[in-house]
Each structure stands twice: as C-alpha cells, then as structure tokens.
Design a protein around this ligand. Structure first.
Ligand SMILES: Nc1ncnc2c1ncn2[C@@H]1O[C@H](COP(=O)(O)OP(=O)(O)OP(=O)(O)O)[C@@H](O)[C@H]1O
Length: 226
C-alpha cells in the first residue's frame, strides 16, 4: 500500500448503475501525485461517468471516491468552455478568481493570459472567441488555482494544432511539478505517450490498471481505443 502523501485520490469498489443498467462495478484505484492517468475505453464504457465520480460531481451507486488533495486545488476541464460571452477575457478571469476567493492583480491576470497566448485578446469579448481561444481562456482559469488534482474530459476536442500543443505541454508541466492528472483524451493513441498509467474500462469493469508502456490496446480493449 502506498503512503497517503503520494496519493491524490482514492477510488474503492466504485460502481454505477443508471436505473437497472450497470455501467461498471468494482473499480478501485489510487491516483498518485505527479502522474497522468489516462482513462480509456470504447464509446459508452463509462469514462465520463467514472471521471465525474472521481471529481465528486456524481455519486457512485456503490463504493467510494475520496479526494485527498485540498478541494480548492482541484480543477476540471471538459470540452464545454464555461466562459461568459459578454465579458472580456480579462473580466472572465477576474470573475472566476473572485469565485475562488482570490484577488489577483491585473498584471497577474495578464501574465496568465500571456501564458495561454491571449494577451492581445485580453479586452475582447469572450463570445467572439474561436474554440481554440475559448479553451485557452479555460486553461487560464485552471492556472488561477495552480491545481494539485486536475480532471480532463476531452478538452482537446476540436482544438487547432497550436492550442492542442499548448494544452499538452501545460498538462505535462502540471504533472512534472507534482499534480495528479486524470485524463480522458480525444486522441488516446497520441496521449498514451504522455501518460504514466492507463485505466482501461471494458465489459462493465476495470479491465486494465497499469503502466502506459505495457498497455496493449489490442489485448485489453480489442484493438480500438477511444
Ligand atoms: N445521466 C445518465 N442517465 C442515463 N444513462 C447515462 C447517463 N449518463 C451516461 N449514461 C450512459 O452511461 C453510459 C456511459 O456513458 P459515459 O458518457 O460515461 O461513457 P464514455 O465512455 O465517456 O463514452 P464516450 O466515449 O462516448 O464519451 C452510456 O451508455 C451513456 O448513455
């Protein structure tokens, strides 16, 4: 058993049913600080359902998920971008900061916008942003809290190549500085190379939990991963 300090999240015997329909059962895992855990499985295997349970956004039908890191250092980035279209990029960030109980200076917010390549769009209404720009702004929101635990649900869907590169570089940088990352990727074949471990769901159960290097989609998931 690993010591508690190295663990960011514990899942024990988690199961989920929608009505009488079983999505998965007996899913247990520890997510470690300083690792990227990629969650894979065919469409409908229950990846998003598991991620929501891990993030405390949905209750398991049985078992438990416990976040060990500080709740205020937990972030979630999905494919929807929760930006306010009638506010500028800067005002969006400043609004989110206030929701987190933070009061960063304008310079600090501009530094975050620079980091995601939005410095020149700081005063533009976020409603006019392309998907790539909107997701970059969302990434800046994540940086506001410098998370110790980050949940990603296909945040790269529909992103242009340069936004995707930025997203990947920043996720890896967060891992390298000790954050735990649980990631459902829209491009598993690529992102497997960035992951430390893989959690594979199939046949309503945890089919694989182990190193990304040893992961063989052919044997574990019948060849097709998504
Ligand atoms: N709130 C809900 N009520 C009923 N069924 C649901 C609900 N949410 C998800 N499901 C069903 O649970 C199953 C697992 O869904 P989930 O979105 O977790 O799968 P996934 O592996 O993330 O799929 P995808 O790769 O398509 O995103 C699907 O069949 C889905 O239709």
């Amino acid at each position: 058993m690993e010591n508690n300090e190295s663990i960011a999240l514990k899942v024990r015997n988690a199961a989920k049913l929608f009505g009488t329909r079983l999505i998965f059962k007996n899913v247990s895992c520890d997510v470690r600080r300083g690792e990227i855990l990629l969650v894979v499985g065919r469409n409908g295997a229950g990846k998003t359902t598991l991620l929501k349970i891990m993030a405390g956004l949905s209750r398991p039908s049985a078992g438990s998920a416990e976040i060990i890191t500080a709740p205020e250092k937990t972030a979630y980035l999905g494919h929807s971008t929760f930006i306010y279209p009638r506010l500028s990029a800067l005002r969006n960030l400043s609004f989110w900061a206030s929701m987190y109980g933070l009061s960063p200076s304008r310079d600090e917010l501009m530094t975050l916008l620079r980091r995601v390549g939005l410095e020149r769009a700081a005063e533009e209404l976020a409603g006019s942003f392309s998907r790539g720009m909107a997701q970059r702004l969302n990434l800046a929101r994540v940086f506001l809290i410098d998370p110790d635990l980050l949940f990603l649900d296909e945040p790269g869907t529909g992103l242009d190549q340069s936004s995707l590169r930025l997203l990947r570089e920043e996720v890896v940088a967060l891992r390298d500085r000790g954050a735990a990352v649980v990631w459902i990727s829209h491009d598993v074949n690529h992102d497997m190379t960035l992951a430390d471990r893989i959690l594979g769901l199939a046949s309503n159960k945890l089919e694989y939990l182990g190193s990304a290097v040893d992961f063989d989609p052919e044997t574990v998931l019948g060849g097709k991963v998504c």
